[in-house]
Design a protein around this ligand. Structure first.
Ligand code: 4NP
Length: 151
């Protein structure tokens, strides 16, 4: 099950690094797992302190991660692209290279039971635990989909 998976949000300091850490803790090797943000404000920064604290309380250490910006090259470099919300997906689509037809999945599509379309941005909602609840459920669904060959 060698796959290259990229989680994408806006700032790459809250939702996508949390998804990267949660999924890495859950998934067996060999998987290449990374995250990126469509914006460039936080490039080089570690995940946002309150998100790091909320994740660490669940046993997921995000401290070594550093933000980077999503680029057009990521469409070819990863075979599984997962956006946290529709705006992230639309921003990614603007960078799609000609000839690349890799789908951009939505994170919450892997948790259909919850009936939630997006991972709300906790940078604004301040609900870091709520975001982690959604991300954990979707990460389990994503792993199941991979293991069963559905994606
Ligand atoms: P994220 O949250 O997309 O989940 O990393 C954000 C963090 C920072 C900003 C936006 C979203 N910002 O505009 O600084």
């Amino acid at each position: 099950m060698q796959r290259d998976i990229l989680f994408v949000c806006l700032g790459n300091i809250c939702r996508s690094p949390a998804a990267e850490g949660v999924f890495r803790a859950l998934a067996p090797a060999p998987l290449r797992i990374d995250s990126a943000g469509t914006g460039d404000w936080h490039v080089g920064a570690p995940p946002y302190g309150p998100m790091q604290a909320a994740a660490l309380a669940r046993g997921v250490d995000l401290s070594a991660l550093r933000a980077r910006q999503f680029t057009a090259r990521d469409f070819d470099a990863f075979d599984l692209l997962v956006a946290m919300d529709d705006k992230n997906r639309a921003d990614m689509e603007r960078l799609r290279p000609e000839g690349n037809d890799r789908p951009v999945h939505l994170m919450m599509d892997f948790a259909p039971r919850l009936g939630v379309a997006h991972v709300p941005d906790p940078y604004y909602t301040r609900d870091f635990d709520g975001a982690l609840d959604l991300i954990e459920e979707a990460a389990r669904g994503l792993l199941g989909a991979l293991q069963e060959g559905r994606i």
